[in-house]
Design a binder for this molecule. Sequence first.
Ligand code: PGA
Length: 234
Amino acid sequence: IASDMKGLKSGKLRLAVVTTAKYFVPRLLGMFCQKYPGIDVALKVTNREHILERLTGNQDDLYILGQIPDAVDAVAEIFLDNQLVVLASADHPLATEKKIPIKRICDEPFIMREPGSGTRIATELFFSKHNKKLKVRMELGSNEAIKQTVAGRLGIAVLSRHTLALDAQIGQLAILDVEGFPIERHWYFAYSSGKQLSIVAQTFLSYLRQANNLLDNMTCRHMTSGHCPLLENE
Ligand code: PGA
């Protein structure tokens, strides 16, 4: 009913999300808080390893992350796609090539996320499944720093498509057309099995279930290969 939507729902929502989710979660929260002005949100952003620790310790109401290991006792549901793509500087010689073989990527200096990152785990798994080894030139603990480094021509990287935005004018990055890419992952929302969800958390969960429609116009997800704009700084 209308009165319910206008703010009878009030309280605090404690949310913790992996770093890549910060590219879409704040926008989802913006719409959510407009709809429910009585709800206050605390948002924690950290990498997968730390999110799993917080989830195990039941420290927050809800979590957003990639697939959850069986050993973690949690309720989880998929709510959005997460494609990992290969990024290079826009003027990289491979930017115009089609169907680049995986082994060609392994000749390029590679910029890798830090240990504990879900993006890193998925990337390493992909290359080891194909019996290939990356030439890691640098390790960086931030998607933004990696994009800047790639734009600065220090190497190529694998990052979530969510880290790219549609709206900037000048494309400094290209998505490479590499065999086997994008790596198809998903975002899950999750909470500890022992958790009694508050009304506020339940309201946010129902809202997340429509996230696909809400986010349709917000991400670079329909881009295949080619130039992509660099997103705003952290
Ligand atoms: P990350 O999370 O920030 O730990 O890389 C992304 C993911 O798990 O896909």
